[in-house]
Design a protein around this ligand. Structure first.
Ligand code: NI
Length: 259
């Protein structure tokens, strides 16, 4: 059974076939999906998806690139949603210095405040960090993130940075990038990260694995990611799928395990 820990099925690229695609997932071995909000509208759609599909859970949060839309009322609304049974994490939140906007001070402020929301509501966090390795870790250390717990999604840094996340007992979201020809650094990190810290994710509709690179991604492509990790770890693919699903149920502790 595969646990998909990071998808954006609220994205408009699924407008044509969302229902058909989502309903096909359990028959294809995808037992759980976490739909991750990236802005307030996406969080509202995430709530709707969790109500419609029994196997879909949600994370609510505002992505660093979208934080200009946040204010105290928006944050209060996010906090309220965290009390819902099927909202299991705060995310995706973090820092993205690849984009110039919003300015770094704004991104940091809302990253910190959403981290506090996670602490107050007892939920783990889903972290987005791009071209911002040092500042992300500085904030996580300052806010004692090891007490909150979480996953660094689409991990794209080095083995040395991975060490620091391991010291905080964080998990690592590994997706399609691990199959790319130019991902040598990431493959080294995956070899280094213990199997009990890895989660499977797609970031659908983005980051399709080989042989679908460049096309719309979906959770149906996760076996290619599991296969790539299995090759790096020298274990069967089924073992990767089982271990990562167990890891996800440990981190997203609000989700009841099924027999
Ligand atoms: Ni994402």
């Amino acid at each position: 059974m595969i646990f998909e820990t990071h998808a954006h099925y609220d994205d408009e690229s699924f407008d044509e076939d969302r229902r058909e695609l989502l309903l096909s997932l359990p028959d294809n071995g995808i037992g759980y999906v976490i739909n991750v909000g990236a802005d307030l509208a996406g969080c509202r759609e995430t709530l709707r998806l969790t109500e419609e599909y029994p196997f879909v859970y949600g994370a609510v949060g505002v992505h660093p690139s979208e934080t200009a839309e946040l204010d105290d009322a928006g944050l209060a609304w996010l906090r309220e949603q965290c009390a819902r049974d099927k909202i299991v994490a705060v995310g995706e939140i973090g820092l993205d210095y690849h984009q110039a906007e919003p300015e770094r001070a704004v991104q940091k402020r809302w990253f910190e405040r959403q981290m506090e929301t996670a602490r107050e509501t007892g939920l783990p966090v889903i972290i987005h960090s791009r071209d911002a390795a040092r500042d992300t870790l500085d904030i996580l250390h300052a806010l004692r993130a090891e007490e909150i717990g979480g996953v660094i999604h689409c991990f794209s840094y080095t083995k040395e940075i991975a060490r620091e996340y391991l010291d905080m007992d964080f998990y690592f979201g590994i997706g399609g990038v691990v199959t790319f020809g130019n991902a040598k650094k990431l493959r080294e990190a995956v070899q280094y990260i213990p199997m009990d810290r890895i989660l499977l994710e797609t970031d659908s509709p983005y980051l399709s694995p080989e042989p679908y690179r460049g096309r719309r991604n979906s959770s149906l492509h996760l076996p290619y990611v599991a296969e790539a990790i299995a090759a790096l770890k020298n274990i069967p693919r089924e073992e990767v799928e089982a271990a990562t699903a167990q890891n996800a149920l440990r981190l997203f502790r609000k989700i009841p395990a099924r027999g």
